[in-house]
Design a protein around this ligand. Structure first.
Ligand SMILES: NC(=O)c1ccc[n+]([C@@H]2O[C@H](COP(=O)([O-])OP(=O)(O)OC[C@H]3O[C@@H](n4cnc5c(N)ncnc54)[C@H](O)[C@@H]3O)[C@@H](O)[C@H]2O)c1
Length: 327
């Protein structure tokens, strides 16, 4: 099958390579010309996925419309903040048969819409699939076993997408709860920042981490259910699975933000160092507002916001969270 990708960053390159290895022809759009050239000329992506040789069937372009002319299924792998600005200008050029697969995990700060909701609002007639779950690109790009969840419109679309991805080390499962699958992936980023505080302070307590992650899961589920998800979804791969993977992975940008906060850097200094703040930061900001509107109590997230804002010291947060933030 002919497959397209929007974004050949860390996730996009890993997914494109996986699909090419599975025997499909992949054309990916990339924002950075140097990455396009490197992939086409050397079959490498040193900027986003160093040391992984790329399949010859994965090609890159800087022409967005070329991707949609080429493909039956297009995977979206750019951060949520760029989805509208990238896809809206070419909306008319997208055939209604093309299945859009969203892999971004974020929430738009201006509209308050999740990535999948943004796609739904802008492409209401397009078949849409959500892909989420514990899927650290640096791992599955190197053949580590990975299982993700697909959710969305029509089982035949899910089967079509699954066929592109499934192989011996990468597997898909289906869910009918697209809202819950997406929210698990979005909300866990908030709490991965918090887990990074423990690592940044080099506090070797598993007890602390276990309490923290359990309470985080409880808050995620409470928020998610209030926003229309089914509670069972959070007990599976795109909920608990993704929370554990992102919080514990050294590759997680969100966890890394927590590490830097614990080392005493301010939000502004972290932004300067990382280039752009990870998606969990915006999500946290938006979720506090949503929680207030829905009358949902999320004390752990509120405490994290105080740490991010520099009003609460990381060590104090860690040592008092069972008293101050666990209800
Ligand atoms: N990396 C992972 O392991 C992983 C796993 C699951 C989900 N995700 C999600 O996938 C999305 C992408 O994450 P990533 O880790 O691949 O990010 P990345 O930082 O590696 O790549 C970012 C991509 O966005 C593009 N980009 C940058 N500025 C842009 C702009 N102004 N307009 C359009 N595109 C622009 C970059 O060129 C690149 O292709 C995120 O929503 C993330 O939460 C990532």
């Amino acid at each position: 099958m002919k497959v397209g990708l929007i974004g050949l960053g860390n996730l996009g390159t890993a997914v494109g390579n996986l699909i090419a290895q599975n025997g499909h022809e992949v054309l990916g759009w990339e924002y950075q010309q140097a990455v396009v050239d490197e992939i086409n000329q050397t079959h490498r992506n040193g900027r986003f996925l160093a040391d992984v040789p790329l399949h010859l069937q994965l090609r890159a372009t800087n022409e967005l419309t070329a991707v949609f002319q080429h493909s039956e299924v297009v995977f979206i792998a750019i951060p949520s903040a760029f989805i509208e600005s990238t896809l809206l200008p070419i909306r008319e050029a997208i055939s209604p048969d093309i299945v859009l697969v969203n892999m971004a995990k974020g929430i738009d700060q201006k509209t308050g819409l999740t990535s999948f909701q943004t796609l739904t609002a802008n492409f209401p007639n397009q078949p849409r699939v959500m892909l989420s779950g514990p899927s650290i690109a640096n791992e599955f790009a190197r053949g580590m076993p990975t299982v993700v969840v697909l959710a969305g419109d029509g089982r035949h679309h899910l089967l079509k997408v699954a066929k592109l991805l499934d192989n011996d080390h990468f597997r898909t499962r289906f869910s009918h709860d697209a809202v819950g699958v997406e929210l698990g992936g979005i909300l866990k980023n908030i709490y991965a920042i918090g887990l990074g505080l423990f690592d940044g302070k080099q506090i070797p307590s598993i007890n602390f981490r276990a309490v923290y992650l359990t309470i985080a899961m409880e808050e995620i589920a409470r928020m998610g259910v209030a926003m229309g998800a089914e509670i069972e979804t959070f007990l599976y791969l795109s909920g608990m699975g993704d929370l554990l993977a992102t919080s514990l992975s050294e590759h997680s940008h969100n966890r890394h933000m927590g590490v830097l906060l614990a080392q005493g850097l301010s939000r502004e200094e972290i932004q300067a160092k990382m280039g752009v703040l990870p998606e969990g930061y915006n999500t946290l900001k938006v979720m506090l507002y949503v929680a207030e509107k829905l009358h949902i109590s999320i004390p752990l997230a509120k405490g994290l916001w105080d740490v991010v804002q520099g009003r609460y010291e990381a060590e104090r947060f860690i040592f008092s969270f069972i008293k101050d933030f666990v209800e």
